[in-house]
Design a protein around this ligand. Structure first.
Ligand code: DCP
Ligand code: MG
Length: 409
């Protein structure tokens, strides 16, 4: 059966919520985020975007680009409340709503009967209701599957609606730049361009096997997307097990000190990301972890239990970083990540992982290395194991779905 998927995404969400109560800001460049120190732009309104200001840009750079920029602090509780109201509007049209973040969701309206089942009219009505009841605009994309609906919602932003009917999919896809495809970031896009592949039409000249040879499993995905195939269902709730942020550096960080310098910004990014999913630590996270990829690509993760309510700060991650660094202070680092695990992995009875040996050793206990416990001796560890109250592993321990947010630096 041909599906009808709508992707909704609010326009400059945090800024839109702020402009609602202060309409005089609508015409002025406005950014949301911490104005001082290492603050980054969480988002900015469209007048600010005309200056080249973007999400995740350091606030200092944003100010340079636009000295008259107005900066307001984030107000997560309000954004979360507007988000809940927005989700409630979506639910009036289908029980199949998959929120992706505070301001974004997929809806499957295949079986919706309102508006004679017209997904276009439903999307139009959702946009109207959100504007009327919540005072912000959203853009929507309507298509037969998720990846096309998501591209479509971005097509006419802001305050736009873009519909890709089944009979329009071919015409839409052929000239579509590969960089627009789900999962194609800067690195994959550059690789594709090197092969002379710029559009989906170019991609279609390649067999699935040839793409898999060059891109592994991702090659198959590229092949399918270029032919408009995306069977992913709209999933109503997916228990999230962890959340992390990580950064790959174009020049390796020279050693432990440099990693420490990066912790505050990463911790701040993690807070923002958690906030976007309405995770404020009021239910304590189960564990914290730090991940390092050294210059030789060996990747190590160190995690420890975390029983406190609230958001962990840089000081809470620092001991884990120190532990991973252990002996070789000057090892170069390609990637630094940190995150929280939200639930205990389910284990067979009797094998419950005892994170703190029932004695709840404080995290800073980790500052002292324990005899015979070599953080670098990772060669045989493919899954996590228990050392002195913390879990150490190579890459992410099996069974966790680490939803990280990687960024190139
Ligand atoms: N956000 C953030 N940090 C980022 C990106 C986004 O804190 N790096 C927050 C602020 C945004 C909200 O998430 O308002 C939604 O993210 P979007 O990517 O949908 O961006 P916007 O809604 O702000 O803008 P757009 O109109 O492009 O959707
Ligand atoms: Mg948005």
């Amino acid at each position: 059966m041909q599906r009808k998927i709508i992707h909704c995404d609010a326009d400059c969400f945090y800024a839109a919520v702020e402009m609602r109560s202060r309409p005089e800001l609508r015409e002025q460049p406005l950014a949301i985020g911490a104005a001082s120190g290492r603050g980054v732009v969480t988002t900015c309104n469209y007048p600010a975007r005309a200056y080249g200001i973007r999400s995740a840009m350091p606030m200092a750079e944003a100010r340079q680009r636009c000295p008259q920029l107005i900066i307001l602090p984030t107000n997560m509780t309000t954004y979360q409340s507007v988000s809940r109201d927005m989700q409630a509007i979506f639910h009036r049209f289908s029980p199949l709503v998959e929120p992706l973040s505070l301001d974004e969701a997929f809806l499957d309206v295949t079986k919706t009967t309102q508006f004679q089942g017209s997904a276009t009219l439903i999307a139009q009505e959702i946009r109207r209701l959100v504007a009327l009841e919540l005072g912000i605009t959203i853009s929507a994309g309507v298509a037969p599957n998720k990846f096309l609906a998501k591209i479509a919602s971005d097509w006419q932003k802001p305050d736009g609606l873009c519909v890709i009917r089944p009979d329009q999919v071919e015409a839409f896809l052929l000239p579509l730049p590969v960089a627009k495809l789900h999962g194609v970031g800067k690195v994959t896009a550059a690789k594709l361009h090197d092969l002379g592949i710029h559009t989906c039409s170019d991609l279609r000249q390649w067999s699935c096997a040839a793409l898999m040879e060059r891109f592994g499993r991702h090659g198959q995905r590229l092949y399918e997307l270029s032919w408009g195939q995306d069977e992913r269902p709209v999933v109503v709730s997916r228990p999230r097990k962890s959340m992390s942020v990580e950064r790959t550096f174009s020049h390796n960080l020279p050693g432990r000190g440099a990693c420490h310098e990066r912790l505050p910004a990463l911790a701040e990014e993690l807070h923002q990301r958690l906030g976007r999913k309405s995770l404020d630590g009021s239910t304590p996270f189960a564990k914290l972890f730090v991940k390092l990829r050294f210059a030789d690509f060996s990747t190590h993760t160190r995690e420890a239990g975390w029983q406190q309510a609230g958001l962990p700060g840089e000081a809470d991650f620092a001991p884990l970083l120190d532990y991973l660094y252990a002996e070789q202070e000057q090892r170069g680092v390609r990637l630094l990540g940190l995150g929280v695990r939200l639930s205990e992995p389910v284990r067979p009875a009797g094998q419950q992982l005892s994170l703190f040996n029932d004695q709840q050793q404080p995290l800073n206990h980790l500052r002292q290395r324990q005899p015979g416990d070599n953080a670098d001796d990772q060669s045989n560890h493919s899954a996590s194991h228990h050392i002195g109250g913390v879990v150490q592993s190579q890459d992410h321990p099996a069974g966790h779905d680490a939803e990280g947010e990687g960024q190139q630096d």
